[in-house]
Design a protein around this ligand. Structure first.
Ligand SMILES: [Zn+2]
Length: 92
């Protein structure tokens, strides 16, 4: 697992061509299926309850943006929290 925090103000960050959503982007990049919130300790499941959230690694020199499936509630968090990997890198 890895510690992250949500990036806010990313609504303008458009989904790349060829993807219907950031959740679909994560699935394609990781080859996995989004079935549950990746936040450690969260039990929300069901793809319809998830969003492809923009996050940044905490305590790392890596300043890049990543996508990880989170529930609506965890997508709104302003603190730092742990998620399961993999993360999908948002291409610049
Ligand atoms: Zn959650």
């Amino acid at each position: 697992m890895i510690k992250v925090k949500n990036l806010h103000g990313t609504a303008d960050n458009k989904v790349p061509n060829g993807y219907v959503s950031w959740l679909a982007y994560w699935e394609t990049k990781t080859g996995e299926r989004a079935t549950e919130c990746m936040c450690i300790g969260c039990n929300v499941s069901g793809r319809a309850n998830l969003v492809g959230a923009h996050v940044k690694k905490v305590g790392s020199l890596d300043n890049k943006w990543y996508i990880v499936p989170l529930c609506q509630s965890d997508n709104m968090r302003t603190d730092e929290f742990y998620v399961s990997e993999p993360l999908a890198l948002v291409n610049p």
